[in-house]
Design a protein around this ligand. Structure first.
Ligand code: SF4
Ligand code: SF4
Length: 416
């Protein structure tokens, strides 16, 4: 797809990079078959190819309209389209650049900017999110049903193990997990410990930057990435074997640090090293299990049938769906086939807050498919998906790491 940059954009790095990505598209349309927004809205302009055309029009016309912005905002950033594209178009990077380009030409209306800033400020600040959560938990019994469902339950206290092995990996705590699902990280540290690997949280690390990246704040995202790299670097130099996140949404962002900081001379080499070290816990634990099987308590009768909700970030960015499935099968579970497995559940970062109606439609559709096979429970791998599904699921939803950690036997007989 040829792009003739408008003269106003000839000196724009963002426009030049976007044009190169647009030109890699051969407009075959194969990506539309896996796009959730095209499936829902049945409009070519809400398909990957349609959005690429809109970005090309912006690059060539030099201006963007609110209609173009609307179609780009409808995108879930799920990257299902990347997996279907025969030309290897980096759609995820392109949509980020397209949105930056449009914002530079035509700032959002005030209320949209204020909403995005508010979401970003609260969600990426652990103390603020913690305070809001405590208020929500206190008021929850008095809230009407629909609002009550939006407040996640208060989690049980959970603490991971203190590091006690020479082998170690770094872990990102993130912003949402410590408040709403501390058990996810605790479970990961318990499982790693049984394999003789310590999980280390570097002080000073925090939000991965994904929310800022997708909420019109790429500079704040880069500041978060640099802060994490600085916090991790001493442990990386001491031989950390990997960087893991119990939330695949954060893991996908960490995997992209090398690309996102490639033009920063002070951080590019370190960011590339971080990206190379990032793995999904499924990949890392699977490799350990292949060397030494993990002893687990037997499965109780009726608990073996699982429906696995595969987060888009696990499938399309980290590409580690098969590794998690292998672990679950090794642990004795039967994975029930789930229809439309490639479809996003509607959580998608802040999408459920910005586009609640479309998010609800996707959630209802996903829950129907997950429950269809009558599983004993639903498991997933991303905090956002898990909290989103828990709002309305008729079946218990949790993280596969917690499911496995709950079956660890007492320590003295832990290894097979
Ligand atoms: S599948 Fe790839 S090459 Fe074909 S239209 Fe979609 S993005 Fe372009
Ligand atoms: S990222 Fe997802 S929603 Fe956006 S165009 Fe690609 S498949 Fe469609």
């Amino acid at each position: 797809m040829r792009v003739d940059l408008h003269e106003r954009l000839i000196a724009s790095d963002c426009a030049i990079q976007a044009a190169a990505l647009v030109e890699s598209c051969v407009h075959c349309g194969l990506c539309a078959s896996v796009c959730p927004t095209y499936e829902m809205l049945e409009n070519e302009l809400d398909s990957p190819r349609g959005r690429i055309y809109l970005i090309r029009d912006t690059l060539q016309g030099g201006t963007a309209t609110a209609v173009t912005r609307g179609h780009l905002d409808n995108c879930l950033h799920c990257k299902a389209c990347e997996t279907a594209c025969p030309s290897g178009v980096q759609y995820g990077h392109l949509i980020d650049l397209g949105q930056q380009l449009i914002n530079a030409q035509q700032p959002r209306p005030f209320w949209q900017r204020a909403k995005r800033l508010a979401i970003r400020s609260v969600m990426t600040c652990r103390p603020a999110l913690g305070t809001l959560a405590r208020i929500g938990w206190a008021l929850k019994p008095c809230l009407p049903g629909r609002l009550r469902a939006l407040v996640p339950d208060r989690p049980a206290l959970a603490t991971g193990l203190a590091p006690r092995h020479a082998r170690h990996v770094l872990s990102l705590q993130g912003c949402v997990q410590p408040v709403f699902t501390p058990g996810h990280d605790a479970a990961l540290s318990l499982l790693l410990d049984r394999f003789g690997v310590a999980m280390v949280h570097a002080s000073g690390s925090g939000c991965c930057g994904a929310l800022s990246q997708h909420l019109d704040a790429p500079h704040a995202a880069k500041a978060a990435m640099r802060r994490n790299i600085d916090a991790w670097w001493p442990a990386i130099e001491r031989g950390a074997e990997a960087i893991l996140s119990s939330s695949t949404g954060c893991g996908a962002q960490l995997k992209d640090y090398g690309h996102l900081l490639r033009d920063d001379p002070a951080y590019a080499p370190k960011a590339a090293r971080v990206s190379a070290l990032v793995q999904d816990p499924g990949t890392f634990l699977n490799a350990l299990w292949a060397e030494r099987p993990l002893a687990l308590k037997p499965l109780a009768a009726g608990e073996e049938r699982l429906a696995f909700h595969v987060p888009c970030s696990l499938r399309n960015s980290l590409r580690a769906k098969a590794q998690v499935e292998t672990i679950l099968r090794r642990a004795g579970y039967t994975l029930i086939p789930v229809q439309e497995e490639h479809m996003c559940c509607g959580s998608a970062g802040a999408y459920s807050l910005l586009q609640p109606e479309r998010s609800e439609e996707l959630l209802t559709r996903k829950l129907g498919h997950l429950a269809a096979g009558q599983p004993s429970r639903v498991v997933s791998a991303n905090v956002g998906c898990i909290l989103h599904l828990q709002k309305a699921s008729p079946v218990e939803v949790g993280h596969w790491l917690e499911l496995l950690a709950q079956r660890l036997p007492d320590e003295e007989c832990s290894h097979a």
